[in-house]
Design a protein around this ligand. Structure first.
Ligand SMILES: [Cu+2]
Length: 146
């Protein structure tokens, strides 16, 4: 499964105020990514913003493969403005709704999104199957307008 997020600046308007913020694909919050338990994802991050950035996959264990896990200067270097970086995300027993977010300086305030991991095909949910699924992300976007 391949994804190509473009990290870039975009205008954001709330409460009659417009500000330029760092986004993925011009979206705030960023795109929801869907996968299944045990999948491996290849995420080709294209940094078209003006800051070095990393993307972290919150709650993913990345067994024996921490090299593109996200925290800048810990498991990887920041992706420089104008550069690309291919991240491998190895799912093991994760299931449910996690999130991904930037992991450098304050960029996570606007660079983040949901990461939905369904059970394997033919396997049940670890709880009664929901009647409907509707992901909700709570955040305080007023902080972006200060
Ligand atoms: Cu996190």
């Amino acid at each position: 499964m391949h994804h190509t997020p473009h990290v870039k600046e975009a205008n954001f308007t709330r409460l009659c105020k417009t500000k330029t913020i760092l986004t993925v694909n011009g979206q705030y919050p960023g795109p929801t990514i869907y996968a299944r338990r045990g999948d491996t994802l290849v995420v080709n991050v294209k940094n078209r913003g003006n800051l070095g950035i990393t993307i972290h996959w919150h709650g993913v264990k990345q067994p024996r493969y921490p090299w593109s896990d996200g925290p800048e200067f810990i498991t990887q270097c920041p992706i420089k403005p104008g550069a690309n970086f291919s991240q491998k995300i190895i799912l093991s027993d994760e299931e449910g709704t996690l999130w991904w977010h930037a992991h450098s300086d304050w960029s996570r305030a606007s660079v983040h999104g949901l990461f939905v991991i369904w059970p394997e095909i033919g396997k049940p949910y670890p709880f009664p199957k929901p009647y409907v699924e509707y992901p909700i992300m709570l955040e305080n976007s007023s902080l972006l307008l200060k």
